[in-house]
Design a protein around this ligand. Structure first.
Ligand code: NI
Length: 381
């Protein structure tokens, strides 16, 4: 029996989420997921829009009366995490897991599409659904934008499950809600030597240790106490043997910020500190930045209007604490105004944990909310 025939509606969405959960695929490899979404859309007679995407799907509901176009985005990819939930519908794909709940997002957006399909002829515009690949690599949003699927879109909405909010709550806030997420690689170039003859070499490990410590002073001394930044060095690689001073060390990590001025200032200080410390030890070092998505900045007007829609449905709106995690939804908001919101899913663990889970009771009202938000948005544009 097709999942789309399951009644009641909430059970149908849960079946969809579980199907996706059991069959997770990594960023850029979401071929089965894409085929599944396309099948569900076709079975429901929902129009699949023709945009050039390798993985991911764009679908549309409405438009017969003309009117504006708005977009709802759901990310569809999973993570390289070995699942440890013990759930009966746990991942069948070893080492891959929907540990960020993108299965939930996809099922919620599918649900909204099904609800809107029922009143398609009355819709005062078009709702374009962006089932986006590769969010975890922060590449998918840019692919969707490059495909042309954001052209003509007057407002865009996206959601993320939030394990620390109870079911029945929605976190909505204007301004920054998720951080700019940059990566960095530092290469320290020293000179190798015998471990017992350090004066013949230039030890990159000593230099790395000083760099790691000094970088932590940026947040405490160069960022205002009311601003936010995180610098984490997450990997250090150097050396091959206990009795050899290596000639090189590589350090990786990430920088998270909300404010573009803070981001710029931290990066300046970062480079000064790395170069200064390397120079003080007669070595040299290079910093390369891996540009991540900018901060997700919500439109204040849409935050206000979306809060009213939530209250109409009896959902409790709470002002969420911004998250220092990154989200490539930020790229859409650079192109068009909109809103990224949190849905309370009362999970046992934070995002990306091997025992991450969502409370599926949040699915049905997430779908209803997205559908209602789409209708309200079209009416207000
Ligand atoms: Ni996520």
């Amino acid at each position: 029996m097709s999942i789309l025939k399951i009644e009641p509606f909430g059970e149908r969405l849960i079946a969809m989420r579980r199907h996706l959960h059991a069959n997770p695929e990594l960023s850029h490899e979401e071929f089965e997921t894409t085929a599944t979404i396309r099948r569900w859309l076709s079975e429901a007679n929902i129009r699949i829009a023709d945009f050039p995407l390798r993985t991911g799907v764009v679908a549309e509901v409405g438009g017969s009366l003309g009117g504006p176009v708005i977009a709802i985005r759901a990310d569809i990819d999973a993570l390289p995490v070995q699942e440890e939930t013990g759930l009966p519908f746990a991942s069948l794909n070893k080492g891959k897991m929907h540990a960020c709940g993108h299965d939930f997002h996809t099922a919620a957006a599918m649900g909204a599409a099904l609800l809107l399909k029922k009143k398609e002829s009355e819709l005062p515009g078009t709702v374009r659904f962006l089932f986006q690949p590769a969010e975890e690599k922060a590449k998918g949003a840019q692919q969707v934008i490059a495909s042309g699927a954001l052209k003509g879109v007057k407002a865009i909405f996206g959601l993320h499950n939030k394990p620390d909010l109870p079911v029945g709550t929605i976190g909505i806030k204007g301004g920054p809600i998720m951080a700019a997420a940059d990566g960095f690689v530092i290469e320290v170039h020293g000179r190798g030597s015998h471990a017992a003859i350090p004066e013949a070499g230039l030890d990159p490990i000593i230099v790395s240790a000083h760099i790691v410590t000094a970088l932590q002073s940026i947040v405490s001394r160069n960022v205002g106490a009311l601003d936010s930044a995180v610098i984490s060095v997450t990997r250090i690689q150097s050396g091959t043997a206990w009795n050899v001073i290596p000639d090189k060390a590589v350090l990786d990590g990430t920088l998270r910020t909300f404010d573009p001025r803070v981001r710029k200032r931290v990066r300046e200080r970062f480079e000064q500190i790395v170069a200064g410390i390397a120079g003080a030890f007669e070595t040299s070092a290079e910093v390369s930045w891996i540009e991540g998505p900018p901060a997700v900045r919500n439109d204040a007007g849409w935050a206000e209007r979306a809060s009213r829609t939530a209250e109409k449905l009896g959902l409790r709106v709470v002002p969420p604490a911004p998250s220092l995690a990154g989200e490539d939804f930020a790229f859409y908001l650079k192109e068009t105004p909109g809103l990224f919101l949190f849905i309370g899913t009362d999970g046992p663990h934070e995002w990306h944990h091997p025992a991450f889970d969502v409370d599926e009771r949040a699915l049905e009202h997430s779908a209803s909310y997205l559908a209602a938000l789409a209708v309200d948005a079209l009416q207000q544009l």
